[in-house]
Design a protein around this ligand. Structure first.
Ligand SMILES: [Zn+2]
Length: 163
């Protein structure tokens, strides 16, 4: 994806208030991120570890989703699979919950999905980050096809948040 600026990131969020988007902690090293290898930009809030964010360009529009990871649960030490990039980790997948956009979110509706806890799906798909033993299922898909699948899964998730 093309490199994002802090301003682009803050204005992309679909499911939080302007105030929240202004206050959220965005990584300071944006210039050093491996943008060429990213299908979406995801990060954990370094000051609030239960908060995570992802920003993706979907249908030519930048869309950001604020997420909460649920607290440590029984799945933390089990092998589980990221629903975005289909990588399996032991203890490296979190249930992320996003308040829905608009009125539905204010009424407390949310959408949940299992995701790589570090949101580095793009790097796992490309083999640039190792998910540990048995991290990847043997698949006959090419990296390009896996990237496409990840992007489609992200778009589906974001569509559920904005639905
Ligand atoms: Zn993933």
């Amino acid at each position: 994806m093309k490199p994002l600026t802090e301003r682009e990131i803050r204005s992309a969020f679909v499911n939080c208030t302007k105030g929240e988007a202004t206050r959220m902690n965005i990584p300071r090293d944006l210039a050093e991120r491996p943008w060429d290898d990213l299908d979406f930009f995801g990060w954990r809030d370094p000051q609030a570890p239960d908060r995570a964010y992802l920003v993706a360009e979907i249908d030519g529009r930048l869309q950001g989703v604020a997420l909460r990871s649920s607290h440590a649960g029984s799945w933390q030490n089990r092998r589980s699979m990221c629903s975005l990039c289909v990588t399996t980790h032991t203890g490296g997948v979190s249930l992320m919950v996003a308040p829905k956009a608009g009125k539905a979110g204010k009424q407390g509706n949310s959408v949940g999905a299992y995701m790589c806890s570090d949101l580095a799906c793009s790097l796992y798909v490309r083999g640039k980050k190792d998910a540990g033993m048995g991290g990847r299922l043997h698949e006959t898909l090419t990296t390009e096809e896996k990237v496409e699948r990840t992007l489609a899964n992200v778009a589906t998730f974001v569509a559920k948040v904005t639905a």
